[in-house]
Design a protein around this ligand. Structure first.
Ligand SMILES: Nc1ncnc2c1ncn2[C@@H]1O[C@H](COP(=O)(O)OP(=O)(O)OP(=O)(O)O)[C@@H](O)[C@H]1O
Ligand SMILES: [Mg+2]
Length: 377
């Protein structure tokens, strides 16, 4: 005897998640007429900055995300085109150039329910659409993924993040039909029994794919040309210009204009080398946060960016640092001693964080928080 029975069609269902999804998305009685429209819950009481939509989430707008006017105009055009039919948009660029952040900000601007599918967690081409569950009573059953829920939600923004990190090439194939402007549905064998129809992309859905391109990305797979060709809208991203980076660093970490200039200058020097070293915004922001905790610029950059570079790049980075030290810092860094002691004996206190710094952290919270009603994919 099944644990639950669908009130609409009488189907017997093994467990609650299956029942919930079945009724919401897949019950033939409910879906025969029209796809389930998204309902925004209005119980947003302030502690929860996102609006929950089933288990999809509208990301919060990041007041400190900067975008160029050319890119903003292109995004407006893509969103306008998306009113007529689902669209695919590629955000391609070096690590930490703001691809994932921009994808989330597009969803926030559009106030759209959003789901981020991380390409590297998929183990097979079928897994995009669901995973097997096992219960003692009912044996093996198939739980549709949030990716399916998102694709079938009208007006959703579905982010396929880090596409070049897929574990192998065959995993790409699961996406071909969904991404194809002329098809936009996929027959998924394992779902056929519950669904009785293919997975369909709902009207006004925007699918955003992000990936890194280039020889530097060892470990990435080459995306097949027919997959990338399914993204006729493409934005190639680069690091924001120095002035903008300074503003971002000041706004996101609360450091002074001078310190922000020096961090941004460090990034520019390394990126401008003949054999460029990519310095991600992520690393610079983290270094800024440590400077706000009184780290000198050497330690702030060493423990976030420099120590992770290959040896020859480390040398270049240390040389770049020489150029941006204040006299005081240069002296401090070169003359300080580094002593080892049993840690428990040390009288060292934890760094005190001032209320002012804490307040700026509040402000700097990323434009994204995970859904509170987390559900596994
Ligand atoms: N234009 C920008 N304005 C404000 N913040 C930015 C901007 N670009 C990047 N950032 C910040 O830099 C950090 C890294 O950005 P993000 O994670 O989006 O990079 P990414 O391109 O997706 O990197 P990866 O390729 O490693 O996934 C984030 O904290 C993001 O908010
Ligand atoms: Mg990313």
């Amino acid at each position: 005897m099944a644990e639950f029975q669908c009130e609409q069609c009488g189907a017997e269902l093994a467990s609650l998640p299956v029942k919930k999804l079945h009724e919401k998305q897949f019950c033939p009685k409910l879906t025969a007429t029209e796809p389930v429209a998204a309902e925004i819950e209005t119980s947003n009481n302030g502690d929860q900055p996102t609006e929950e939509l089933g288990r999809l989430t509208v990301p919060i707008a990041d007041p400190d995300y900067f975008v160029s006017s050319l890119v903003a105009a292109e995004i407006q055009r893509v969103l306008a085109l998306c009113e007529a039919q689902p669209e695919n948009l590629a955000l391609v660029g070096p690590k930490g150039s703001g691809k994932t952040a921009l994808a989330l900000q597009i969803a926030a601007k559009r106030q759209a329910p959003c789901y981020v599918a991380n390409a590297y967690t998929q183990r097979s081409s079928d897994e995009w659409f669901g995973r097997e569950g096992v219960s003692l009573e009912h044996g093996t059953y198939y739980v549709p993924s949030l990716f399916v829920e998102a694709l079938e939600t009208e007006g959703a923004v579905v982010i396929i993040n880090d596409m070049a990190l897929m574990q192998n090439k065959s995993i790409q194939n699961g996406l071909n039909d969904i991404l194809d402007y002329g098809i936009r549905f996929a027959w998924v064998e394992a779902l056929a029994a519950t669904l009785g129809r293919p997975v369909r992309v709902a009207p006004r859905v925007l699918i955003i794919g992000t990936w890194n391109e280039g020889a530097a990305y060892t470990g990435n797979i080459m995306l097949s040309a027919n997959l990338t060709d399914r993204f006729p809208n493409r934005i190639y991203m680069d690091y924001p210009p120095a002035e903008v980076q300074k503003s971002i660093l000041m706004r996101k970490t609360g450091i002074s204009h001078d310190d922000a200039s020096r961090l941004s200058d460090f990034g520019a020097r390394l990126r401008g080398l003949q054999d460029p070293v990519e310095v991600s915004m992520r690393g610079l922001i983290q270094a800024g946060r440590k400077m706000q905790l009184s780290a000198n610029i050497h330690d702030a950059l060493y423990y976030t960016i420099i120590s992770g570079l290959k040896p020859e790049s480390q040398e270049q980075a240390l040389a770049a640092l020489e150029g941006i030290y204040t006299t005081n810092e240069k002296h401090l860094v070169s003359t300080r001693t580094n002593q080892w002691e049993a840690w428990a004996d040390g009288g060292e206190k934890w760094t005190e964080v001032s209320a002012e710094v804490k307040a700026s952290w509040e402000r700097a919270v990323e434009g994204w928080r995970p859904p509170s009603k987390a559900g596994g994919n």
